[in-house]
Design a protein around this ligand. Structure first.
Ligand SMILES: *Cc1c(COP(=O)(O)O)cnc(C)c1O
Length: 358
């Protein structure tokens, strides 16, 4: 049976990425060797790194004074690396979910950290709108897409201080005005590639303002200076991510991806709003994520929660159980998820409604 993969991460990748990765593992760039066993200093791999950085810049229309890095350690390492490199006196954070709060916890270890607003009071089911960013902060950090709660900041905000964004789960889902950001980071494993690499888009001139010693590997400058090739990069994850970037380009780039993402999310949210069994976890449509669509079963039908999960598995639907910290359901509708999969989920929801309420 065809599988419909709604996992939140690692998550669905384009068929193209999988096929090209298999080819590269067997015979990389005509070398007769696997991409797993060639030197990262070989011309063939250096070309992969350069092309991945170049395509990343092209697809997001990144200005010339920024670098694109492929590091390791996941977005979680960035939670510490950002304040390590940027926090001199004071940092400011918007607390929109568990990932934000983990980032805040790390920043506190490096200096004064102001949480300008938090949606924790309502289980992170909205994006705070009224807040003041302190003008003397070294930077302001946001999480654009809250993978667990299912909220998203869908527009590039204005900040009086350098803006830093965790875009782990919505990078390449829409056009971004990168010039509004000083730094953008994320794990590849949501919308870009396999687990194992962390992308960082960094404005070259934002560094050098902290007094502390920064270990070589945790210093962005090290990686900027060496074109992300200071030490052995995660070769397979970068190679595979490059295939997704090519796929995205062949499919019309981020604007076209955004259009498809809006279409998928709209039909699914419409069904959640219509269906008598379910309700959206995020009440305000403006704050609803286009990537992680969270919903719950209405209180009166609570006993059918597990039955619904079992029911959907008969349709080939995988991965819609909500995050263990919030429960309910979460359908992740990343770039690579075809609209057809969303239609199958909608059909399952309608069939289940008929079964329960008849
Ligand atoms: C998945 C995720 C993370 C954690 O990423 P790791 O690469 O596992 O460290 C951080 N932030 C957001 C928004 C995420 O979705």
């Amino acid at each position: 049976m065809k599988k419909h993969n709604f996992y939140a991460g690692p998550s669905i990748l384009p068929e193209y990425t999988i096929e090209k990765t298999i080819e590269g593992i067997k015979n990389f760039a005509g070398t007769g060797l696997s991409v797993l066993e060639v030197s990262h200093r070989s011309k063939e791999f250096v070309d992969v790194m350069k092309e991945a950085q170049q395509l990343f810049k092209e697809l997001l229309d990144i200005p010339g004074d920024y670098s694109v890095l492929f590091l390791q350690g996941g977005a979680s390492t960035q939670f510490a690396m950002v304040p390590f490199n940027l926090l001199n006196k004071k940092s400011a954070y918007l607390d929109t979910g568990s990932w934000s709060s983990k980032a805040i916890k790390e920043a506190k270890g490096f200096g004064e950290t102001v949480v300008v607003a938090s949606s924790k009071d309502k289980a992170y089911n909205y994006i705070p709108k009224d807040y003041q960013i302190p003008e003397d902060a070294d930077y302001f950090h946001i999480t654009t897409n809250n993978t667990i709660a299912g909220t998203e900041i869908k527009e590039d905000i204005d900040s009086p201080v350098p803006l830093v964004a965790d875009m782990s789960s919505d990078i390449f889902s829409r056009p971004v005005d990168v010039s509004k950001y000083a730094l953008i980071y994320g794990g590849a494993q949501k919308n870009l590639g396999p687990a194992g690499t962390t992308f960082v888009v960094i404005k070259n001139d934002i560094l050098g303002n902290v007094d502390r010693h920064i270990p070589t590997m945790l210093n962005y400058q090290t990686h900027i200076d060496k074109g992300s090739m200071f030490n052995t990069p995660p070769v397979l994850a970068v190679f595979s991510s490059l295939q997704t970037l090519k796929w995205l380009k062949n499919n019309g780039g981020v604007k076209a991806a955004q259009k498809r993402n809006i279409e998928k999310a709209t039909i699914l949210y419409d069904e959640i709003d219509r269906n008598k069994l379910f309700k959206a976890a995020v009440p305000n449509p403006e704050d609803r994520s286009l990537m992680n669509i969270t919903f719950v079963i209405n209180e009166e039908f609570k006993e059918y929660e597990q039955e619904f999960l079992d029911f959907t598995s008969q349709y080939g639907i995988i991965g819609i159980k909500g995050h263990r910290s919030v429960g309910g359901f979460r359908a992740s509708t990343y770039n690579a998820l075809p609209k057809e999969s969303v239609e199958v989920l909608i059909k399952a929801m309608q069939d289940f409604e008929k079964k329960i309420i008849s």
